[in-house]
Design a protein around this ligand. Sequence first.
Ligand code: MCN
Ligand code: MOS
Length: 761
Amino acid sequence: MTVHDIPLKHGRAADSIGARLSRYEGKGKITGAADYALERQLPGLAYGVLVPATIGAGRVLSIDTAALAAPGALLVLTPEDDLGLAQATSFTGQLAEGAFVPMPHEVRHNGQPVALVVAESFEQATEAARLIAVTYDETPAVASLTETGPEAGTLAEQFTVAWGEAEAAFGAAPVQIEADYHTPREYHAAMEPHGLIARWEGDRLTVWQPSQWTHAMARNYAEWFDLPVENIQVISPYVGGGFGSKGFNYGFEAICAFAARRLGRPVKLALTRPQNFTFYGGRASTRQTLKLGAGTDGVLHSIVLTGASETSTYGLWPEQIGAATPILYATPNYSGQQRVVPVNTVTPGALRAPGKSPSAFGIESAMDELAYAVGVDPVEIRLRNYAERDHQSNKPWSTRRLREALSEGAKTFGWSKRSMAPRSMRESRHLIGWGVGLGTFPVIRNYGEAQINVTADGRIEVVSGATDIGQGTYTILAQTAADAFGVAVEDVSVRLGDSSLPGSPVAGGSKLAGVMTGAVHKAATAARDELIGLALTHPDSPFHGVAANTLTVSQGRISPPRTESPSVSVADLMRAIGRDRLEVTRDTLPDNLQSPEERLRTWSTMTTAIGPTSGEESMHSWCAHFIEVRVDEDFGTVRVSRVVSAFDCGLLYNPKLAESQWKGGIIMGIGMALFEEGHVDARNGRVINNNLGDYLVPTNADVPDIKVISVGIPDLGASVLGGKGVGEVGIVGVAPAIANAVFHATGKRIRSLPITLTDLI
Ligand code: MCN
Ligand code: MOS
């Protein structure tokens, strides 16, 4: 039995979009039937272990490769080896020239790979790697953003946003708030580590690796090794969490694939937990200064945002501190500018709600400060500054049920019982604080492709190269096909996570669900119509000669319009017309993207993604978080004791899974507020807490009852079925809601995350 044969269990009879079905692949994952990429067993498999640099900056002078004599050792690669790789097109579509050197002599950050050892077993490779001795020429390193001044780095001009006269309006405003906010470096900390198994057969490369985007990865390997993309297959049926880190390729993958080719054997490279902190980037540290100018009624006159995020010395990843700031509130004057500061780190990357999450920490904290400065309730001040349209793009919202989110959330939470003064709510030794924070995430649209197969037994197969990283792709695509085709969801199987299957964008940017439900809906409808066409026209069909120009498919049975006529099962029809398979593939690409080159570009870069304001309207998901904390006055400990969050994400394909996504985001927000912080050693740039024992994330004991509410209505501009993005918005606004609650409890305004007990005693 494969995982696909495990019957779905679901809460109610309806199989359609909107039903609360449990995860399609859930039982497979729980029982071990789901085969994760790194569990693949292959004959002749050899094991790679990478050696990380121990200095923050400098040069590798020499490497003693005597490790090659160690038992079982097969290969040692160092910066001396010319891997002969070419640069690959970036995910933003930029063509890169020249050689790609994933293991250079130059050391740009602590933990950068400087040697690979491959051996017969993992243990032998680990031992041989331990024997590798590296001599460095060490130079001074800048370990993190905190070591740099406010004017460091360069202006990221693409993020400059301005309307009105923000500085002047701030200067003239009766109420002025000015504060600095800081968020630390954070890491993805997915349960499943990164890694890959690479196998060559001649010029064909198969890679098993956890991936959020099989098609882009296949193109990336093809370009590195200068091969046609058809020669590459990236397989990733199940992913144990990615949170943005598994959407991109990294140098260690190229080194492993090269080693497999050199040895003529498949090679597996699984990163150790510490290597998951330095071989690819987490969320960049940020600092921002916010100036809010307002009237004594709390109505905003101006917002001025300046600040910076860190990036590496060799790659650019700006963590956009102004991603949420200009669209949350109405303001007649706005100015936002961001700098990017290179430090000796691995290039940071996308981590759940990149930009939006640190951005919201700034503005949602500052709005709370404004509320207290003018003595207006924090919910009321958000309503007084409600943006009726998007002031940045000057477009109307497509749908924005944020007022409903605020009122429903407040009602469910019991906000009206809140007393405004800090330190005014207490239960024995616990100071109680209630805070609110808003969140947003843009609707990003794109194109997708799906294949629908009808098999002889009347079952429907959905086939796509899209991935399920735990967020629910399998389940919602089964529901979409069941709905569009008119069969029960038990009769649908879904195959995903393979670059040789039909095209799909990244499972990122909270857009895959909208994109792929659209593609599957189109393909399934087309397949149903084709089957109906055959049923009407095929001479051996029981419906041949029926005086009708259409038939209906419902619960797996085909019926003519007049109900008294007998219906026939899909399987019986297939048998009657002598077909054992019907295959239909459809994409949602416009005509100008149909050439092979454009198709490859669409499936493997982000260049065809459609932003939230590219049309007539401005499209976003929205939420309001209401959070209670209990602070122990003696020990300074903060516990989140209650969360109520209300969301507008449009129509929900599967409310059970959407709620689970929101809760996951909220839990990450609790981590951001109270636990997560990469500690980087200023002497050498080493990530000190590079393991799950010291890099703290919330455990079950840290997570209270979380109540989530949907206030969305279908947004048919956002996607075919009316859904907006769900995956990331949940984290946005949680950390400031907690910081605001801590202020309410204690009277202490903490502007640097995470909030720890030393801040409160
Ligand atoms: N959904 C829904 N109704 C909608 C939209 C979505 O029911 N209107 C549900 C579906 O179950 C869908 C899921 O929410 O599968 C996520 O849909 P969407 O918002 O389109 O996000 P993506 O499919 O693009 O998933 C990526 C998103 C991102 S960008 C990060 S980061 C993230 C996240 O999803 N990483 C995750 N959620 C994660 N969940 C898990 N378990 N693991 C990760 O690594
Ligand atoms: Mo999500 S950070 O866009 O993969």
